[in-house]
Design a protein around this ligand. Structure first.
Ligand SMILES: Cc1ncc(COP(=O)(O)O)c(C=O)c1O
Length: 363
């Protein structure tokens, strides 16, 4: 049996703009090779920085382009950790961010993620000045959930009232298949008082390792110092190639193509889940992004399910991996970004058979 992965949040090979990016890399060298192949400023390749800044309506000096957005997360988290800040994260939350917070030994508290995003009532009881609230409000990793507009406004109001810091991570927001687009927290805030993190990993390609963070002007020198002391300058050549890509008007058409392909995969997964999963299983229907969250019938142990599934060459990530404390024991994250629609049908059929068996044993 061919292996089918619902585990990794990575794009399928057909989603990558291989030939187009190759042509852009070539042109970047022809146009600006001496700059592209040298060290550059810690904030990134200036034309790309300016393009990002214009899209977000900010000064280029507030944008720091990093080698992947996770690196941006690491820098910002390190900065606040050194100031003794407490972090609030969603439960469940993107596991790599959790690993970074753990490694930094930051005091981190989990806030339950409701159907429509972060539970703001729960946050309200604890939040105080200087705390950092890290949130992935749109098509969240791992749950695929999205914070409603009214909750966005409430969250922003609460953070402002308490003098806390809001750190928005938004790599998936542009990958919307349907439904009304919601403003980023950063946009709702008018570009002030929210740290905004995003990435080209899901809209162009993860291999280019290009993400960025938009900071308040005053924080830029501290983050640029972290850049200088870790890798001197980001990968300027790749950023120059990416600039060619966006300047040639390829970003939006590529995004449309990727979003269409992801919608087909999401639909294939929803149809297969309805067909193959037993009663008692529940899942959400995200309007975009890479993931959905599957709650298994009561009593199904995800550890042994994963072991059995791996034997059948189908993989997923256990829900509990996305929690610092207990939680997610009867849930799994399914990524629909990598496998083709046909593979998704086959993989969910394999998984469905195993869930049927496990549910029968648990009953
Ligand atoms: C929520 C979230 N933040 C950050 C990242 C890291 O992205 P990058 O490839 O830009 O480092 C990911 C990647 O999966 C993600 O899901």
């Amino acid at each position: 049996m061919a292996p089918i992965s619902f585990a990794r949040g990575i794009p399928g090979p057909d989603l990558l703009p291989i030939a187009e990016f190759g042509a852009c890399a070539q042109r970047a060298l022809e146009r600006d090779g001496a700059t592209a192949l040298n060290y550059g400023p810690p904030g990134g390749y200036p034309p790309l920085r300016a393009w990002i800044a214009e899209r977000h309506g900010v000064e280029p000096s507030r944008v720091v382009v990093t080698n992947g957005s996770l690196q941006g997360f690491q820098f910002v988290a390190k900065h606040y950790a050194e100031q003794g800040a407490r972090f609030f994260v969603e439960a469940p939350c993107y596991d790599r961010s959790l690993q970074i917070l753990r490694a930094l030994e930051v005091e981190t508290r989990e806030v339950e993620l409701a159907e429509d995003g972060l539970d703001i009532d729960a946050l309200e009881g604890f939040l105080r000045a200087g705390d950092v609230v890290y949130t992935i409000p749109t098509f969240q990793n791992p749950s695929g959930r999205t914070l409603s507009r009214s909750s966005r406004e409430r969250l922003l109001g609460l953070v402002r009232e308490r003098g806390a810091v809001l750190f928005e991570d938004d790599p998936y927001g542009l990958l919307r298949f349907e439904g009304e687009s919601l403003p980023q927290l950063f946009e709702l805030a008018g570009g002030d008082g929210v740290l905004f993190l995003s990435s080209f990993s899901k809209t162009v390609a993860p291999g280019i390792r290009t993400g960025y963070v938009i900071l308040p002007e005053g924080l830029v020198p501290a983050i640029e110092t972290l850049v200088l002391t870790s890798y001197v300058s980001p990968a300027i050549f790749v950023e120059a190639a990416l600039f060619e890509f966006v300047a040639a008007g390829r970003f939006e058409p590529n995004l449309a193509r990727v979003t269409d392909a992801l919608r087909i995969r999401r639909d294939a997964m929803l149809a297969a889940l309805s067909r193959e999963l037993p009663e008692g299983a529940r899942w959400n229907e995200p309007e975009g992004g890479y993931f959905l969250w599957l709650d298994l019938p009561v009593g199904v142990d995800t550890g042994s399910l994963l072991a059995r599934a791996s034997e059948q060459d189908v993989t997923f990530v256990r829900g509990s991996d996305f929690y610092l404390g207990p939680g997610g024991e009867e849930s799994v994250r399914l990524a629909f970004s990598y496998a083709s629609a046909t593979e998704i049908g086959e993989g969910i059929a394999r998984l469905g058979r195993l869930v049927h068996e496990a549910a029968a044993v648990a009953a």
